[in-house]
Design a binder for this molecule. Sequence first.
Ligand code: GLN
Length: 217
Amino acid sequence: MVTGLTGLAGQPGLAGQPGLAAPSVGVLALQGDVAEHMRALRACGATPTAVRRPEELDRVDGLIIPGGESTTIWKLIDIFGLAEPLRKRIADGMPVFGSCAGLIMLAARLPDPAAGQQTLGGIDMTVRRNAFGRQVDSFERDLDVKGIDGPPYRAVFIRAPWVDEVGPAVEILATDPGTSRIVAVRQGRALATSFHPELTPDWRIHKMFVDMVRDPA
Ligand code: GLN
């Protein structure tokens, strides 16, 4: 039975999965571009919900950690008592997607943290913050992303990190053709991008994540 799919007006749910209920996907709503991720999730047939407290985390089927500023996001995670609950749910296999600062939060290794900054882990990768340069160096790039169909994906990078190296369990989904750096990865149910798929109206990356939540193989 089709229940609660919320595709864009006049279109079928972009998730293209009629018959499956809308999964509840949290967006870590401490800092960063939360509203944009929620809009993208709705467009993909998921029900977005803001997560600020451990009880809210308990209720979601998957979680997005948005772009923003990873040092601030970490401080707020710590203040809100979310570090251990988040680490536990990620380790237990909750589907999680981190974009930009969210990718930094999912790194197992961060060689250049700010004072006191920690990550949650979840992906066996070494990440370099602000690797592409400062805000002024923000740019767009056409990427071939493994696992999405159709034309190249036009990715928006803003003070973006890149992935320096990955362990054997990590699948590389995209590299930036300009620098040959890794910019999208997946390990099990954890997905991360250096760029911001929530800032463009191309929902294919969110659709991939919502499909992971619907069918957490
Ligand atoms: N440079 C930021 C950080 O270290 C990430 C930038 C972004 O999320 N747009 O958190």
